[in-house]
Write a protein that binds this ligand. Structure first.
Ligand code: SF4
Length: 923
C-alpha cells in the first residue's frame, strides 16, 4: 500500500545512519524518483515516539525545500531504543499526514453529542477555560478542576501545572492499566515498577507477551533477544501462544488467575531444595519483623524464619500447583530449579496481563518479586532492578508546593491502598453525588471506548450539571471527544515538546520530544512564537497551552499562579517553551552541560540536535550505597542492623557497612508487610495466592461459561490513536475471539462463524478464530479494535471507524450496530482509495461492568462470560449494554473494599500521583 514497509521491528544503527554532525544538512537520493538520480536535501530532527510508554528515539527527515516530513526512522543514538522501533514508531508519519485529523480547535454547536462543530480560535479557548478555572480557584472549589490523562508522554510537567493552581485534580488511566502490579511491587521495596536487566540475565520470566505487546515493548524486546543470544532461558506464562511464548524455552499456559499460585509453587521448590540466596535474605529481608509479629514466641533467628517460611508455603507443592494451575508438576519443578539456579541473574516482569486481569492480581506481582528476592536478584546485574534506579526525572525551575486539598473523586476512602486514582469509577462517583466538575480536561484519553462500562461514561459526559465544561485534548477524533464541549487538536510525537525517561535497562537517560517542523524552521532562520504556527493547521502542544492558560488564569499574579510561568531569564515576562527546557538542561541534568560544551553547543542546542542523553549507566545495586558521615551523624543501631535517626530507620547494616537500603518503612525488602496489617488486610501480610473472580470453579463449559481474557493487544495498535495510521490499520484490522478447537466443537462453531459473548451487563457479537494456540476452557479477544463513529460528517476520512447507530432498545438498554463498513474514500492521499479492509474489529469494553479490586483498586479486566452461537438477529459487531445493571455490579464490588479507619486516608509512604501535603492526608 505504501512505499514504506512497516516491518514489525525496524533497525537503524550508528554505522548505517547519518552521523549527528551532518544532521543539519543531509543529502540522499529520492527513492520514489528511481531510476532517475534525484537528490533531496534534508534537515534531520530527532524526537521521541509518543505511541506507547517506551519513549523510543525517532529522527524525522524534513525536506529543506518545502519543509515536508518525508520519513521517520529510529534514532540509533538513543540509549533506550538504539535505533530499533516497532511499526508504530515510523507510523508517526501517518499520524502527521492523516487527512482526517483534527486541525483546528472546535466548539460544539447544539446539545452535547449532537455531532455539530464549529471552528474557534485558541484565544477563545484560553479565555473560556481561564475564566472557568479562575472562578473555581477564587471560590475555593479546588476539587472541581480535573485533568484526566491517557498517554502522559512526559515526566512531571502536569504535576507542576496542577500544583501551581493548588488543585487536587490529576486523574490518570493507571487503574485500568498497572495499578495492581504497582501495589505488588511497592510492598516489597517501595518502588512500584520493576526494571529487569534482560540483557544480562540467565533466566527471564515474563508474565505477558513482551516481545509483541507488553510494557516497554521494543526496548525490552530487543534486550530479551540479546539475553537469549547470550544463553538466557526464556519462560513465558500466558494463556495464549503469543509471539513471545512462541520464542520461549517454556510456555506455561496456566488457568488465568492462578499465576500467583504457580509462582508460589516455584518458591516452594526453591525453599525446599535450598536454592535460595541465604545471605541476601538474611541481610535484606525484614524477617525479624515477620517473626516478631507472627511468631512472637519463637527464637528470633534466620533459621527459624526459613523454617517458618517453608511451613507457610508448604501447601504449594508441585502437585498441588500443577492441579490448581493446569500445568505439569514435572515442569513446575524444572522451571523452579532453573530460576533458583539463576542466583542473582533472574530477570522478570509483569505489568498488565495477569496482574490487571484478576481480583487479587496485585499478588501476582508480589509473588513474582518474591522469586527475585529468593534468588538474590534484586537490583543485580542480570536481575530485576527498581524503576527508581533506572529512570531520571530532572526537576523544573520553581517547583510549586504540594496542594492542601484531597479530592475524593480521585482517591476515595474505600481504597486507601490503591495505586493510583480510581479513574474509571469517576462517572459512578458523580452519579452517586460525590461531587461535580467545573472544568474537565480529557487528554489523549478516550474513556467511553477504553474504559469498562463506557455507556455510564457517555451518560455522565452528556450531563452539564455533573460536568460543566469539558475539553478533549486529542490528536484524533474519539468516541469521547464527541461528547466534549471543545475538541482541541494536540500534536503527535513529532509535534510537541516533552522530556521523557523510562526504565528500559540498567541505565538512566532522558529523551527530548520536539516539534520537528518548528525546529526545522528555526534552524532555517524562521522564528516561531507558538508551536501551532509550525504544526499542520493549528495543532498545538500541551506545554504551551498550559503556560498560556495559567497566565490567563492569573494575569496580575494575585492568585499566586503567575509566578510559576514567569521566565527565569527575563524578569516578569511569560516563559517560553524554549526557556522552560533551557533551564532544565542547564541546571538539572548531571553531565549534560559538560557534554554539550564538548560539542560547542549549549545544553538546549545539544538536546535539540541529539534528542537524547545518557545520564548514568550500570545502575545496579543502588541499595548498597553507603550512608555518608553526615547522614550517620546522630544515628544509632537498633540492635538488629537497622540504623535509626530521630527514631526513624534511615538505612541498614549489610556487608559490614551502613547502607541506604530500600524505600520501605523498614529499609529492607518487606516479605511481611506491616502496612497490609495496619490498613485492614492481615490475611495478606505475606505474598499469597488469591483466587480470581473467574476461577474455573465458578464456570461450567458445558453451559457455555468461559473466562474471557480481553487484555492482550496486537503489536501494531495504539489504543485510540492507531486510527490515524493507515499502515497500522492495514496490518491489524480485525480481532476475532480466540477459541480452542475442543471448545469450538462444543459450541458448534468454526473459524469465521459468529458467536455472542455475554457479560453481566451486555453482549458483543464477534467471529471466532479456532486455534490450538489457546488454552482450552478460556477464550480471548484483543482490545484496541472496534472503533465507531455516529455521524457521517465527523471523522469521515477514516481507516478505522465504521458508522454505527446507537439505539435505546428499552429504557437503559442500548445497542450499537454498524451500518456502514470501513471503505475507500477520496482524499489528498491516494492510499485512501486503496483501502481493502472493511472490518475494523469489534468492541468489547462497553459490555464489561466495572470490577474494582478491593485493595489495589485495579479494574479486574477478565470477565466470566457465556459464549454461544450468535442468535438469529445478531449481526457482526453488535454491542448491547444494559446500563440499569451497571450500578448494581459496581456496588457489589465496592462492598468488598475496606475503607480507611485510622487518622489518615492512605499510608504516607505510598506513592500518590501529585502528592498533596501531609495535612491533606488526615481524615
Ligand atoms: S515500542 Fe513504543 S515508543 Fe518504541 S517505537 Fe514502538 S510504539 Fe514507539
Amino acid at each position: 500500500m505504501s512505499a514504506h514497509d512497516p516491518a514489525t521491528l525496524r533497525v537503524t544503527s550508528p554505522e548505517n545512519f547519518p552521523p549527528p554532525a551532518k544532521w543539519d544538512h543531509w543529502v540522499e537520493l529520492d527513492a520514489k524518483s528511481w531510476p532517475k538520480r534525484v537528490e533531496r536535501e534534508y534537515t534531520l530532527v530527532p524526537t521521541t515516539c509518543f505511541n506507547c510508554e517506551a519513549a523510543c528515539g525517532l529522527v524525522a527527515y524534513v525536506d529543506k525545500k518545502d519543509l515536508s516530513i518525508q520519513k521517520v526512522e529510529g534514532n540509533p543514538f538513543h540509549p533506550g531504543s538504539r535505533g530499533r522501533n516497532c511499526a508504530k514508531g515510523p507510523a508517526t508519519i501517518n499520524q502527521i499526514k492523516d487527512t482526517g485529523r483534527i486541525l483546528y480547535p472546535m466548539k460544539r454547536v447544539g446539545p452535547r453529542g449532537s455531532g455539530k462543530w464549529e471552528r474557534v480560535s485558541w484565544d477563545h479557548v484560553l479565555d473560556t477555560f481561564a475564566a472557568k478555572i479562575r472562578a473555581a480557584l477564587v471560590e475555593g472549589r479546588k476539587t472541581e478542576v480535573m485533568y484526566h490523562v491517557g498517554r502522559p508522554g512526559h515526566d512531571g510537567y502536569m504535576d507542576r501545572v496542577l500544583q501551581s493552581w493548588g488543585v487536587d485534580g490529576h486523574n490518570s488511566h493507571t487503574n485500568v492499566c498497572s495499578a495492581a502490579a504497582r501495589l505488588g511491587y511497592a510492598l516489597w521495596t517501595g518502588a512500584d515498577r520493576p526494571s529487569p536487566d534482560h540483557e544480562n540475565a540467565k533466566v527471564i520470566l515474563l508474565l505477558s507477551s513482551h516481545l509483541e505487546t507488553g510494557h516497554y515493548f521494543n526496548p525490552h524486546a530487543q534486550r530479551i533477544i540479546d539475553g537469549k543470544l547470550k544463553g538466557a532461558k526464556l519462560i513465558t506464562v500466558d494463556v495464549r501462544l503469543s509471539n513471545t511464548a512462541s520464542m520461549s524455552d517454556y510456555w506455561l499456559a496456566t488457568w488465568p488467575g492462578t499465576e500467583a499460585m504457580l509462582l508460589l509453587g516455584f518458591a516452594h521448590v526453591i525453599l525446599n531444595e535450598g536454592l535460595y540466596d541465604a545471605q541476601f535474605l538474611e541481610e535484606w529481608v525484614n524477617w525479624r519483623e515477620y517473626l516478631a509479629a507472627l511468631h512472637p514466641g519463637e527464637p528470633r533467628t534466620f533459621e527459624t524464619f526459613v523454617a517458618k517460611l517453608k511451613a507457610h508455603y508448604a501447601f504449594a507443592t508441585p502437585e498441588k500447583t500443577a492441579e490448581e494451575c493446569g500445568v505439569d508438576a514435572k515442569t513446575v519443578v524444572e522451571v523452579a530449579r532453573l530460576i533458583g539456579n539463576a542466583r542473582g541473574a533472574f530477570a522478570s516482569h509483569v505489568w498488565r496481563n495477569a496482574a490487571s486481569g484478576n481480583e487479587g492480581g496485585w499478588q501476582v506481582a508480589r509473588c513474582l518479586q518474591f522469586l527475585t528476592v529468593l534468588t538474590g536478584s534484586v537490583g543485580t546485574k542480570g536481575g530485576t532492578n527498581m524503576n527508581t534506579q533506572d529512570k531520571f526525572v530532572p526537576p523544573p525551575f520553581l517547583k510549586p508546593g504540594p496542594q492542601e486539598v484531597w479530592n475524593e473523586l480521585l482517591y476515595p476512602k474505600e481504597w486507601p491502598l490503591s495505586h493510583h486514582e480510581l479513574s474509571y469509577l469517576l462517572p459512578h462517583f458523580l452519579l452517586e453525588g460525590r461531587g461535580k466538575l467545573a472544568a474537565y480536561f480529557t487528554r489523549v484519553y478516550n474513556p467511553v471506548w477504553t474504559n469498562p462500562d463506557g455507556m455510564v461514561w457517555e451518560n455522565v459526559l452528556r450531563d452539564e450539571k455533573m460536568v460543566e465544561l469539558h475539553a478533549a485534548l486529542t490528536p484524533t477524533w474519539s468516541e469521547t471527544a464527541q461528547y466534549a464541549d471543545y475538541v482541541l487538536p494536540m500534536g503527535v510525537g513529532a509535534e510537541r515538546h516533552d522530556i521523557q525517561s523510562q526504565e528500559t535497562h540498567a541505565a538512566q537517560w532522558i529523551g527530548f520530544r520536539q516539534p520537528v517542523l518548528r525546529v526545522a524552521m528555526e534552524r532555517m532562520g524562521k522564528p516561531v512564537e507558538f508551536t501551532y504556527q509550525a504544526n499542520p493547521g493549528e495543532v498545538w502542544e500541551e506545554d504551551e497551552f498550559w503556560i498560556n492558560l495559567s497566565w490567563r488564569i492569573d494575569p496580575d499574579g494575585s492568585l499566586g499562579v503567575r509566578k510559576y510561568y514567569e521566565s527565569p531569564y527575563r524578569k516578569g515576562q511569560r516563559i517560553t517553551v524554549d526557556e522552560y527546557y533551557q533551564w532544565i538542561f542547564e541546571n538539572s541534568v548531571p553531565g549534560l552541560p559538560e557534554e554539550a560544551k564538548k560539542h560547542g553547543l549549549t545544553p538546549l542546542e545539544y538536546m535539540r540536535t541529539h534528542g537524547a542523553f545518557l545520564v548514568r549507566k550500570d545502575t545496579w545495586e543502588a541499595h548498597l550505597k553507603k550512608l555518608g558521615a553526615q547522614e550517620l551523624d546522630g544515628s544509632e543501631d537498633r540492635g538488629d542492623g537497622t540504623i535509626l535517626k530521630g527514631g526513624k530507620p534511615i538505612g541498614i547494616v549489610a556487608g559490614g557497612a551502613a547502607r541506604v537500603g530500600f524505600t520501605t518503612p523498614s529499609k529492607r525488602c518487606e516479605i511481611y508487610s506491616p502496612t497490609m496489617v495496619e490498613w485492614g488486610w492481615p490475611e495478606y501480610a505475606l505474598p499469597a495466592y488469591i483466587e480470581s473472580h473467574i476461577h474455573r470453579k465458578h464456570m461450567d463449559v458445558n453451559k457455555g461459561e468461559y473466562g474471557l481474557v480481553p487484555i492482550f493487544r496486537l503489536p501494531t495498535l495504539i489504543h485510540t490513536r492507531s486510527a490515524n495510521s493507515k499502515w497500522l490499520y492495514e496490518l491489524s484490522n480485525t480481532n476475532p475471539v480466540w477459541i480452542h478447537p475442543v471448545d469450538a466443537e462444543r459450541i458448534g462453531v468454526e473459524t469465521m462463524d459468529l458467536v455472542r459473548v455475554s457479560t453481566r451487563i451486555g453482549h458483543f457479537v464477534n467471529k471466532v478464530w479456532v486455534t490450538e494456540g489457546m488454552r482450552p476452557g478460556i477464550v480471548a479477544c484483543s482490545h484496541h479494535l472496534g472503533r465507531w463513529r455516529l455521524f457521517e460528517d465527523v471523522n469521515d476520512q477514516t481507516y478505522a471507524c465504521p458508522i454505527a447507530v446507537r439505539e435505546e432498545l428499552s429504557p437503559g438498554r442500548f445497542r450499537f450496530r454498524r451500518v456502514q463498513d470501513i471503505k475507500p474514500f477520496e482524499s489528498s492521499d491516494p492510499d485512501s482509495k486503496r483501502i481493502w479492509w472493511s472490518d475494523g474489529g469489534v468492541h468489547q469494553n462497553l459490555t464489561f461492568p466495572v470490577q474494582p479490586d478491593p485493595i489495589s483498586g485495579m479494574h479486574c479486566w477478565h470477565q466470566a462470560v457465556k459464549v454461544e452461537r450468535a442468535h438469529k438477529d445478531d449481526q457482526y459487531g453488535d454491542v448491547v449494554v444494559d446500563v440499569t445493571k451497571s450500578m448494581d455490579v459496581y456496588r457489589e464490588w465496592v462492598a468488598k473494599a475496606r475503607p480507611a479507619k485510622g487518622a489518615l486516608r492512605r499510608p504516607l509512604h505510598f506513592a500518590r500521583a501529585v502528592k498533596p501535603s501531609a495535612a491533606a492526608y488526615k481524615l
